[in-house]
Design a protein around this ligand. Sequence first.
Ligand SMILES: CC(C)(COP(=O)(O)OP(=O)(O)OC[C@H]1O[C@@H](n2cnc3c(N)ncnc32)[C@H](O)[C@@H]1OP(=O)(O)O)[C@@H](O)C(=O)NCCC(=O)NCCSC(=O)CCO
Length: 257
Amino acid sequence: METVETKIENGIGWIILNRPDKLNAINLKMLEELEEVTKNFEENNDVKVIIFTGNGKAFSAGADISQFKELNSISAWNFAKKGRRVMDYIESVSKPTIAMINGYALGGGLELALACDFRIAAEEASLGLPEINLGIYPGFGGTQRLVRAIGKAKAMELMMTGDKIPAKEAERIGLVNKVVSLSSLKEETIKFAGKLMEKSPIALAILKHVILYGNDSPLLDGLNMESLGWGVAFSTEDEKEGVNAFLEKRKAIFKGK
Ligand SMILES: CC(C)(COP(=O)(O)OP(=O)(O)OC[C@H]1O[C@@H](n2cnc3c(N)ncnc32)[C@H](O)[C@@H]1OP(=O)(O)O)[C@@H](O)C(=O)NCCC(=O)NCCSC(=O)CCO
């Protein structure tokens, strides 16, 4: 891979954006590689949780602006559609995903983090959607996902002013789940991933689907998805194990079956 590094350690699939001299700006190659490595991890049984992060001082400063000079309306539209499809795919992965935000998460970088299930940020991180300063606006799903994540008023403020906010403010408005020191970021993120790895991966996958797609549907459809998925969970060995473990007063050991 040219633009991302990957490794699998103790059930965690790491996807590390790797253009540190360009603050991990997302070019077309990186979009393609992100899609490919995410797909590989989704299909790999050794990977239980996927963590995205960046090498160097940024998570990602967004789409690669140096490529914008060559774009016209049609190629820009296609680039946005490509970016959007990759973010949609990342959001749809059946395994839990975490954005470990080690520094700047701007523009497309924040849109990648928004496509993840959880965001854990270092105190030093700075987040925002500054595209408006380029005479454009977020194009990798941010206009929709940010509103859903933090509500319309704050989302419009961030997108229309282009202001960057510190991690603590991002936590206050519900944009990130947790803020920790940079020195403990990796340890805290692994600890959080560990909690997820103790659960039934099947229940997590169904739950994720119901939350994501149920909330984007009319209430009745979402509620129907919830009860149908709940029934499906009862066809798993993990459900038997969970209930038996409770009744036998021991810790459940889920096998993902
Ligand atoms: C993130 C900023 C504020 C950091 O500033 P600073 O620390 O001063 O670092 P720089 O010298 O600016 O950057 C170092 C190096 O990285 C290049 N770079 C940074 N961001 C990008 C980018 N998005 N695309 C391409 N290249 C980038 C920068 O040019 C430098 O390269 P040199 O070769 O050393 O000159 C600051 O970098 C900043 O504001 N970046 C842009 C943030 C932004 O506007 N993001 C939105 C992009 S559009 C988008 O994401 C569309 C999808 O919705």
